[in-house]
Design a protein around this ligand. Structure first.
Ligand code: FAD
Ligand code: MLT
Ligand code: ZN
Length: 457
């Protein structure tokens, strides 16, 4: 049994990180205690802001001695409630570990601190003549550590893969304070288990990620964005998969509907991409280093017969079209506290999900509003439900049941967090979850790492 009191733990943490980086005052803790959607919130014993890997290690060891829960937190942009306390844990904010070492221009690799934001890493890569392969709308706040911990996806997965695919090395602090480091700077490294790969998607339940080595991708100089309207989801989805099959230059394939576009126009003042409203929109970006991919895109779209289209090759025009998709998260949040269901299904079932999710929600929660959008190229739909109170899960259950009926996954890119704990066994099966729990028990025998996330306590 622990013999360390809360007061003693706070004193020890304060000695490790310095008094001004150990926040116990309610006002100072507040922004770390509520998630981006405002659906999930809790009270922390303290929020600590270590400035080095050694401080992270000493802080985690102190929490282990006190049997205190540790909630690692990066940019707090996660959408499944895993980044905020449930009650009485220590929130360990990684934002001060924001170093970005020089890009290795020959290898196309960079080593960054867990607290570096995505935008910082993208800028550093560009300045060195490279690009980072992952992009998402929360780029100014989301941290690389959080993105590895959630195995974040985003808009370019169809071309470059998700965070796990960018990971070439890692440094992490285990639940007893041990520091593990493997930063080989090599594309190939088959020396036993891929522990970095295991940490990708672990959601802070196994270890605290403190630094990572990332692969970069060559820049794609030419880029064109088109938004095309379709009469129904099936036509839009068929077009998306045909473009993915026929155009090697595809960088992004995104889908949204007129209900979402209406919200974007109302909240941001953006204009329609073309005069006639259409039920479903496909956004496609093609990009190439070899030459302008516009002609091939226009030919492919023409052959498939979209109803209306807008096209942009200049940076401002591309940005304007992207805003119509990217700002969905923000405008949905402006309408209320959303239930966010990030799911994926096999490609041939995607249109059924787009059409079926709003119907499932209406049946389960009459009067609720459903806004769908997503990364159609990856079979990933974001189902956003507005109306039901935060703890009324009838609509969530209806959508997730539909997803399982369609052979899909209850989490495509945001993770399980606390939002979908009850669904992990139903999705993955008891045997697989038992194997996951065995890993958890081996890495975190005291159960202090993000308790309540991924598994019920
Ligand atoms: P947090 O929110 O702080 O934490 C997320 C999880 O990771 C928590 O479980 C936390 O405990 C754990 N964690 C954080 N840092 C560490 C660490 N250093 N070590 C161990 N565990 C850690 N996600 C996508 O996948 N694709 C998108 O397109 C996308 N778009 C978004 C757009 C907007 C506007 C917003 C608000 C969010 C979006 N997200 C998207 C969700 C979110 O940005 C990602 O989940 C991101 O990876 C979270 O990073 P973070 O630094 O904010 O992590
Ligand atoms: C997106 O693709 O826009 C993000 O994953 C965020 C969201 O689901 O709202
Ligand atoms: Zn997404």
């Amino acid at each position: 049994m622990p013999t360390v009191t809360n007061r003693e733990l706070i004193a020890r943490l304060s000695a490790v990180v310095g008094e001004r980086h150990c926040l116990t005052d309610a006002d100072l803790r507040a922004s770390f205690e509520t998630d981006w959607t405002r659906r999930f919130a809790g009270t922390a014993l303290a929020v600590i802001r270590p400035g080095s890997t050694e401080e992270v290690a000493a802080a985690v060891a102190a929490c282990a001695d006190a049997r205190a829960g540790v909630v690692p937190q990066g940019g707090n942009t996660g959408l499944v409630g895993g980044s905020v306390p449930r009650g009485g844990e220590v929130v360990l904010s990684l934002r001060r570990l924001n170093s970005v070492a020089e890009v290795d221009p020959a290898a196309g690799e960079v080593t960054v601190g867990a607290g570096a934001t995505l935008a910082t890493v993208q800028d550093a890569a560009r300045a060195a003549g490279w690009e980072f392969g992952v992009d998402l709308g929360a780029r100014d706040s989301a941290t690389i550590g959080g993105m590895v911990a959630t195995n974040a996806g985003g808009a370019h997965v169809v071309r470059h893969g998700s965070m796990r695919a960018q990971l070439l090395g890692f440094e992490a602090v285990l639940a007893d304070g041990t520091i593990l480091s493997r930063m080989p700077g090599m594309a190939k490294d088959n020396t036993g288990y891929d522990l970095g790969g295991l940490l990708a998607g672990s959601e802070g339940t196994l270890a605290v990620i403190t630094r990572v080595r990332l692969r970069l991708v060559p820049p794609l100089g030419y880029s064109t964005v088109a938004v095309v309207g379709y009469a129904d989801a099936a036509s839009a989805v068929a077009a998306a998969f045909e473009l993915r099959r026929t155009l090697a230059s595809v960088l992004a394939l995104e889908l949204f509907t007129d209900a979402g576009l209406e919200l974007i126009m109302r909240h941001t003042g953006a204009a329609r991409p073309f005069a006639v409203p259409m039920p479903v929109y496909l956004l496609v970006e093609v990009a190439s280093a070899e030459g302008d991919p516009t002609e091939a895109l226009v030919a492919a779209l023409g052959a498939m017969g979209g109803d209306s289209a807008a096209l942009a090759t200049d940076a401002a025009g591309r940005h304007r079209l992207w805003q119509l998709r990217e700002r969905h998260t923000e405008v949905v949040n402006a309408e209320g506290v959303p239930h966010k269901l990030d799911v994926s299904v096999p490609g041939p079932r995607f249109a059924e999900l787009v059409e079926g999710a709003p119907l499932a929600v209406s049946a389960a929660a009459p009067g609720a509003r459903t806004i769908v959008y997503g990364h159609v190229g990856d079979g990933n739909l974001h189902v956003n439900v507005l109306g039901p109170p935060p703890d009324d899960e009838r609509a969530d259950d209806a959508v997730l049941n539909l997803v399982l009926e369609l052979g899909g996954s209850v989490s495509a890119e945001h993770g399980i967090g606390v939002a979908k704990v009850a669904w992990l066994v139903r999705d993955r099966g008891a045997e697989t979850v038992a194997a996951m729990r065995a890993l958890k028990a081996a890495w975190d025998p005291l159960g202090i790492m993000n308790p309540g996330v991924l598994f019920a306590r």
